[in-house]
Design a protein around this ligand. Sequence first.
Ligand code: UD1
Length: 454
Amino acid sequence: MILEDRTINSFNNTINKLHTEANQPVLEIWGRQQLSGEIKVSGAKNSALAILAGTLLCGEQCRLSNLPNLVDIGRMSQILSALGLKLHRNGDILDIDATHITTSQAPYEIVSRLRASFFVLGPLLARLGVAKVPLPGGCAIGARPVAIHIKGLQALGADVFIEHGVVHANVKGRNGRLKGTKIYLDYPSVGATETILMAATLAEGETIIENAACEPEVVDLANFCKSMGAKIRGAGTNTIIISGVERLHSTDYPIIPDRIEAGTFLVAGAITRSEISVFPVIPEHLTPVIAKLEEIGCQIIAEDTRRLRIVPKELKGVDIETLPYPGFPTDMQAQFTALLTTCEGNSIVTETVFENRLHHVAELQRMGANIKLKGHNAIIKGVHQLSGAPITGSDLRASAAMVLAGLAADGKTLVYGLEHLDRGYENIEEKLRGLGAKIRRLDSLSQELHLVGV
Ligand code: UD1
């Protein structure tokens, strides 16, 4: 039989695609293992990203400890190096010499791969009176606009315009110094609150941020700035008051534990119906997560001030709506959606923070979950047992939900999309193996494909 060129090309494309997919690293999970023991929580990714940008405010040396070892942290460090800072990492400690900033322009190649790199805009502008940062662009969970950040900086007296995809900001007069004012945020955006807070630390006079985000990571950033001599009151409430100072000094600052990683591990206990302990945590940061786990039917025991134990009982469905802190965190929505697919009865999960954050639903359906999508709602009817399948995490927390579902599922689950998972979970497979999970990372599946003759 003579095959047309077109047919041969299409066949070759399919084989190439298979090989590309097969060359991706993948997590192999054998589910339904009982977990036990204690799991360690790393430093908070979202705090660390903002605080790393905040080191630009300091004209001296800073030391950060409890810094998680994550791809996103590596990318933010690269941006700081590109801006002229000198960094030296040893384990979870990072020494940063922020004495000299050599350029006011953040490099597109790195900014485009890390949305949080937009955080450098506020501190660069505050320190130098000028900054150029490429727009961060959208991502899988939504458009991720930055209008509130920009409005805030304009209110502080900066000229801001966007040209060729780059945000240009500069302060005319006043020796390039921003000027404090009252700023009302249209939405309590975490990133915008952090950008304005950092910029205002070195501004002339007082800045009041109203309708500010109250997330613990905002408080951690404020505490970091205070440790360098910034004058900030009200962080953690919706009104933050910053009295600008002329310069900030050196500091040695430990990052708080990651409440989202801790919450993900608590859900690992719940979804496998296992008793495990999670350490270190700041329990009040987990209040909405603990409340929902208790409502589902888990007992949460504070073993000491920084250690929580989860004891799952009979688990039943609940309704969840994501909201800004202290509401239920959008960053825990995917993990709870996975858990609720295994709980008796009905649940409705409503995502209100990001417009496009329910991609994991389709993957959970492939594992036998009974979920219907209606707009921003996932309507779930618990099933007796999920079944292992090849699945792909489309964003960071969706990937975590895939791992959790795999831990509960019957048979083998292969989780793809690890580039997302590695942005936010340090050594996740090693940590879960420590609890008795059967999970391993395969660099690629190509070898298996060769074995079957493709
Ligand atoms: C941060 C967290 C992210 C978390 C989110 C909400 C970091 C690095 N990331 O993201 O993990 O899911 O908070 O808790 O800290 N918005 C606008 N205009 C703006 C800014 C935001 O409309 O100028 C909207 C966003 O599109 C979104 C909502 O506000 O719908 C919340 O976004 P925001 O709080 O800014 O989240 P991030 O800071 O991007």
